[in-house]
Design a protein around this ligand. Sequence first.
Ligand code: 8Y4
Length: 275
Amino acid sequence: MTAGRCPEWRRAGRPWVMGILNATPDSFSDGGRFNSVERAVDAAAAMLDAGADLIDVGGESTRPGATPVSQQEELDRVVPVIEALAERFDCPLSVDTSAPAVMSQAVDAGACLINDVRALTRPGAVEAAVASGASVCVMHMRGEPGDMAERTGYQDVVAEVIDFLAERLRSLEAAGLPLDRTLVDPGFGFAKTFEQNFALLRRLEEFSCLDAPVLVGMSRKRMIGEATGQPVDRRATGSAAAALLAAERGAAVLRVHDVEATRDALAVWSATCPA
Ligand code: 8Y4
């Protein structure tokens, strides 16, 4: 299997901006596959125009209450989109999935990064990821999107999330995934309260002890809504502020919906950094 090339995640200057692309059928689509692939390509083009460095393609919603998607449906949604993006653009592509078959086929189609909110815990996921040659982002969560809300008991959320990720990195390394192919993610909003999410953001620098690039995803999430009082469609400004604070605290990759707002915030930050 051949993975598209991933960038060197750690670099001087600003973090990489990962644009979120939902490869889920939308209500305007006529249901035809070609139509939804074309729409996805257009959405990716718009994010790249706005300054995205890479695109994260997902076909399964991890929102609480979302209906689970069959593996075949996920493959049908994600693989044609990644193929089309790999043909059209030369940016790195990421696949947001927990399913081993989707990992393998998405990497074959051109993805260089596997973004798994379940940290390769599904049977066969570690093997598929190792064999793919792609990089992997391992994220902290507890339970499943349906029961996460009740699983927020921590003594020290930052220490416990770091411990979980450290343990995951060790076992992935033992399974044949070298450290230079892994990123870590605190999993904002996944089984965390408002205070816990903001403790993770405030103390993000502590994640540098893991020696892996840190990816963060806070874009438009409830933590932003709770801080700003804004509904989901008016959280771009709050999300850009959160992304900037993460950048300041060492984040290597920012997973965002609002690429232009994020790039503008980073441009202002960069101007304060001596060249
Ligand atoms: C509005 C829009 C409200 C989106 C909530 C959401 C992460 C992730 C997700 C993350 C990594 C989401 C796939 C949840 N979050 N991957 N994925 N890190 N690595 N919710 O934080 O965006 S989906």
